[in-house]
Design a protein around this ligand. Structure first.
Ligand SMILES: NC(=O)C1=CN([C@@H]2O[C@H](COP(=O)(O)OP(=O)(O)OC[C@H]3O[C@@H](n4cnc5c(N)ncnc54)[C@H](O)[C@@H]3O)[C@@H](O)[C@H]2O)C=CC1
Ligand SMILES: CC(=O)C(=O)O
Ligand SMILES: [Mg+2]
Length: 557
């Protein structure tokens, strides 16, 4: 015999000390809790204090994870009450540390694991969740090949899917009972993991080629068959795979690549705001992207499209974009260029006299005089004092976006960027950064992280039942974010503050749902969209309807 499991072990419905005496009697848990009956607010104060007492952000992450495992409402109440403080803990940058330690720290899991060695289990792995076709709004999946800027983390990368989902709920009220986090375990090329006694994933190199492609195809087909209304969010895939999967499947599935599309759109938002400061046009921008992988080329594509909308021809727009990757400026004589770089490759003849051999970032900046410099390279400190000074020598108010995550990878800290440009650079960063004081002006640094945009995009997609995520939906999301920014004061942030994220997400969702209707992809119509979005947003409160009905079972266990 053993003690009977109870609702106290069910994180979806557990309320712990907030169960009233009557509820305790009804639910058969009399005597299983101390006498006090608390409110959610009282529980949240205790949990917040306990969290603060943890010795490091990684310990705080683990503590909050425990809370999440025990009581989902309490977890999201904490995030709602302390969003600005806790987002960097449950998400970027701390989630990067948690992923590096994940197999050693493993205790419990809320994810679904799909192994490339057992493709026949994909369907059963979803079916074992016991969910019906219309029970799921969103699935976040990662194969963990390029986690943030820290590379290949195999099954440890599960927590990027978990973290992204936490942000969806905290920022946009996506119902956490209707989401699934998935890790696609296709092996890992990370020797540290392969040789660690604690590693919990498949102990072999990454599977590539046909078997990999078949596995992705099986994932997509199965997820879409079992949960036909779910948005399929792809996160932190390697550059070749990310793009190929998106391009090859966008017409067939409700699929979204956050690193390409979400990041591209948040950059668009930051540039929209910056152009209000400079008074310049899209078609006149000169863009240098340092780190031409998934995120960097996703942005190049969206800025290219913005130039076209502003009247440039395809060629004119391409002529205003320069990519730099590991071997310097990308030129058309380079062998083996991936297709996503080839489209923007510069003619070698045009730059031949810039340098002997590889053309580096500084040389490119000196020649191009970019109006926008974006870093998505994972190379910490790549935007040196010389590079920033050259940028500021080229134009009066350069837009400078060092976007690599986590903090250990950022191309330049905003405080240096402002000092080295005499306060002229218009800066936003991928990570949360404190305001910078320079020459008597306070510069607020917007967080150009896709987390500022994808939650609202997802909510708008779900509320409208959009069959696809269209370019117009992404653009509308970017415009909605930029519309919340006031750049009239010198030093104003290019993006709204995290503290306003929930309201921002609702605004973004309305714009996205309107765009979905315009594009003819919406399957749900609402007479009052603002109200529909508001009602769709899940709130962290204890609700009567979440308790099991007397004599019957509740929603999900
Ligand atoms: N702020 C945000 O919302 C987002 C930020 N990112 C960040 O962008 C970075 C890149 O992410 P992904 O594009 O997904 O990775 P990726 O691996 O697809 O791209 C990185 C690119 O940088 C290039 N690179 C590496 N060393 C270089 C060097 N020394 N010089 C020039 N290029 C170099 C690589 O060859 C690759 O093409 C990461 O740090 C990630 O955290 C990514 C997505 C969203
Ligand atoms: C923010 C994000 O998606 C990344 O760094 O990969
Ligand atoms: Mg990512």
């Amino acid at each position: 015999m053993s003690i009977k499991p109870s609702i106290l072990e069910d994180r979806y419905r557990n309320r712990g000390t907030a169960f009233t005496l009557a509820q305790r009697a009804e639910l058969g848990i009399v005597g299983r809790l101390p006498a006090a009956v608390e409110t959610l607010d009282e529980q949240a104060v205790r949990a917040y204090t306990q969290m603060q007492q943890q010795p490091s952000n990684l310990h705080r992450y683990l503590y909050l994870n425990e809370v999440h495992n025990q009581n989902q409402v309490l977890y999201y109440k904490l995030l709602a009450d302390h969003l600005t403080e806790l987002l960097p803990i449950v998400y970027d940058p701390t989630v990067g540390d948690a992923i590096e330690q994940w197999s050693s720290d493993f205790r419990d899991s809320r994810a679904t694991y799909l192994s490339i060695d057992r493709p026949e289990d994909v369907e059963d792995s979803f079916r074992s969740l016991g969910l019906a076709a219309d029970d799921v709004d969103l699935i976040v999946v990662s194969d963990a090949q390029e986690i943030l800027g820290i590379g290949d983390w195999g099954v440890n990368g599960t927590d990027i899917s978990i973290g992204k989902l936490a942000v969806y709920t905290a920022a946009a009220g996506i119902d956490p009972n209707r989401v699934i986090a998935v890790n696609l375990d296709v092996g890992t090329d990370n020797e540290l993991l392969l040789n660690s006694p604690y590693y919990l994933g498949n102990r072999h190199a990454r599977v590539t080629g046909r078997r990999y492609n078949d596995f992705i195809a099986r994932y997509l087909a199965t997820a879409a068959k079992l949960f036909p209304n779910a948005l399929l969010h792809f996160e932190d895939f390697g550059p070749g795979n990310a793009r190929r999967i998106l391009v090859g499947n966008a017409a067939r599935y409700r699929i979204f690549n956050d690193d390409m599309q979400g990041t591209g759109a948040i950059v668009m938002a930051a540039v929209f705001a910056a152009l209000r400061v400079t008074g310049d046009r899209w078609a006149d921008q000169r863009l240098v992207v340092f780190g031409a992988g998934t995120a960097g080329t996703g942005m190049a594509d969206q800025i290219h499209a913005a130039m076209l909308r502003d009247g440039a021809s395809t060629q004119e727009a391409k002529d205003r974009i320069w990519l730099i990757d590991k071997h310097g400026l990308v030129t058309d004589d380079m062998p083996g260029l991936p297709d996503y770089q080839r489209v923007y490759a510069r003619r070698k003849a045009e730059v031949a006299d810039w340098a002997d051999g590889e053309i580096d970032l500084l040389t490119t900046v000196e020649h191009v005089k970019p109006t926008i410099l974006i870093g998505t390279s994972t190379v910490a400190g790549a935007f040196t004092k010389e590079v920033v000074a050259a940028l500021a020598a080229g134009v009066e108010r350069p837009i400078l976006l060092p976007l690599s995550n986590p903090t250990s990878r950022i191309e330049v800290m905003p405080t240096d960027a402002l000092a080295w440009s005499q306060g002229r650079a218009l800066v936003a960063a991928g990570i949360p950064v404190d305001p910078v004081e320079y020459n008597g002006v306070t510069y607020e640094i917007g967080q150009a992280n896709n987390a500022m945009l994808y939650p609202g995009l997802g909510l708008g997609t779900i509320v409208s039942g959009a069959k696809h995520v269209t370019d117009n939906m992404l653009l509308s999301a970017a415009e909605a974010v930029a519309g919340q920014v006031d750049v009239s004061r010198r030093g104003a942030a290019l993006l709204p503050p995290v503290a306003n994220l929930r309201a921002l997400s609702a605004t973004v969702a309305v714009a996205v749902a309107e765009a979905a209707a315009e594009d003819g992809v919406a399957t749900r119509r609402h007479t009052n969209l603002v109200e529909a979005v508001r009602k769709a947003m899940w709130q962290p409160v204890y609700r009567e309807r979440d308790l099991p009905r007397p004599g019957g079972e509740g929603a999900r266990s």
